[in-house]
Design a protein. Structure first.
Length: 461
């Protein structure tokens, strides 16, 4: 059973005409653990908690380079915009004059960060841009990955296969609690004005459920287009998702146009290229995600002559990714579009969606606004008359969920209904309640957060 401290985000109870609207009850439910509600006869009514869909502002630590004017200003802007608790603002001395930090100096830095880190924090935002990588004797890690795992040579090393992330394609919204790692993202802005614009895009994305297009591009650069096998099936797989149009562009012939140009509604853009010459001709929607598979996209500031991940942010994207040393073209060292898109559409933050899409992230640098959530929502369950109504878009694709009942006085659970989820989209699931439901207990079963191929009890009233 999965019961690792998951707080309620939605209440399920029998309503009357005098009740507040269900969304008002949900807001109240966010404030604390629900207690069973009793009717006039004193019979306990049904209650149920549903897992939350994503990280929240309270889960994020903001890391500040103490005394660095830009880092301090960016941190303050982010804290004010997102309502980050004061206890989550962590100031540490950082050697900001260099693009890299040695593994020994990083160990000292991480110890200082960990000493101030509130126990419940699940992820981190880096507000400086120097240093952006951790250099050891044999290899370099992106600082965002090093903050999550600690510096370890098994996580980097040029073309070698690197250690896999236990966070990859999981459903947990508490990676520190469940996995003892705190994924990190660097805001990636070179000026306060750029930071403010990026923060504004992240805020504008919140719950916007945008209508836009995602481009999956196979270029003539075969070495940098190794992710292309993930692309062709996606447009049809996601054709039923309201507002999203995915397009696969096969530009593997050298005579084909190699870039997407003149688009005004970009939500996703994944490609393989050392640089893009016409990026500025496009307009990205708030919350947009974009990256290019190349060797040094995360090698800031110059990318060794290649386009950097931060160039996507400068062009209007809200998050991106690149590697800080030569990784060779292992697809697992780069984001998998199918995984990223699914988690994002289910309501994850961009930090969660990006991190969960990279199987071997040690050499990577994640940049952008970590809390951007275009498909933000609160999963909700209510008892309306004699029907349990579940409202959510966070169901995992092509998996089965169940609601079970344990009648009062019984030790046995029995199935009320099951649902096979299709694409992540708003679902309203109505489950008739039997006569013996009054005074009983409900539970919600689905894919285990850390091992989705298995089934777990996700919530229990």
């Amino acid at each position: 059973m999965y019961n690792q401290g998951m707080p309620p985000v939605a209440a399920c109870r029998r309503r009357t005409a005098r009740d507040r609207p269900w969304w008002s009850a949900l807001a109240a439910a966010l404030l604390g653990t629900l207690s069973p509600v009793a009717d006039a006869a004193g019979t306990a009514l049904l209650t149920l908690t549903l897992p939350r869909a994503s990280l929240q502002a309270v889960d994020l630590a903001v890391l500040v380079a103490e005394g660095d004017a830009l880092s301090e200003a960016v941190a303050l802007a982010y804290q004010q915009a997102r309502g980050i608790p004061a206890a989550n603002i962590i100031r540490v001395p950082v050697p900001t004059g260099s693009d890299s930090i040695s593994d020994s100096d990083f160990a000292t830095l991480k110890t200082a960060i960990d000493a101030q880190m509130p126990a419940g924090v699940q992820a981190s935002l880096v507000t400086w841009t120097q240093p952006s990588r951790v250099q050891g004797a044999g290899c370099a890690m992106g600082i965002t990955s090093a903050l999550a795992f600690g510096y370890n040579p098994v996580l980097c090393g040029g073309c070698a296969r690197t250690q896999a992330s236990a966070y990859f394609d999981t459903d947990t919204t508490r990676p520190w609690t469940d996995l003892r790692l705190r994924p990190a993202m660097m805001l990636g802005a070179a000026t306060l004005e750029q930071a403010q614009a990026l923060i504004a895009r992240g805020l504008a994305a919140e719950g916007s459920v945008p209508t836009g297009t995602g481009w999956l591009v196979r270029t003539a650069d075969a070495a940098r287009s190794v992710r292309w096998t993930d692309y062709p099936a996606l447009p049809s797989q996601w054709s039923a998702v309201p507002g999203l149009s995915l397009r696969y562009l096969d530009a593997s012939a050298a005579t084909s146009p190699q870039e997407v140009t003149g688009q005004a509604d970009l939500l996703f853009y994944f490609t393989g290229a050392a640089r893009l010459a016409q990026l500025a001709s496009n307009r990205f929607l708030p919350g947009a995600v974009a990256d290019h598979l190349t060797s040094f996209g995360g090698f800031l500031p110059g990318g060794k002559g290649q386009m950097t991940a931060t160039a996507w942010l400068a062009a209007g994207a809200t998050a991106s990714y690149g590697t800080v040393e030569e990784p060779c073209n292992h697809p697992d060292k780069f984001p998998r579009a199918s995984v990223l898109i699914e988690h994002y559409l289910r309501g994850a933050t961009v930090l969660e969606a990006y991190w969960k899409s990279v199987a071997w992230p040690g050499q990577g640098l994640f940049v952008g606004d970590p809390l951007a959530r275009p498909w933000a929502h609160t999963p909700a369950a209510t008892v309306e008359g004699d029907v349990l109504v579940v409202r959510t878009r966070s169901l995992r694709r092509l998996t089965t969920y169940q609601v079970q009942l344990q009648p009062a006085g019984s030790s046995q659970w029995r199935l009320l209904d099951s649902l096979s989820a299709g694409q992540p989209r708003p679902v309203v699931w109505r489950i008739p309640l039997p006569a013996d439901a009054a005074g009983g207990r409900l539970r919600w079963l689905g894919p285990c957060p850390l091992r989705p191929v298995d089934r777990c009890v996700l919530a229990e009233g």
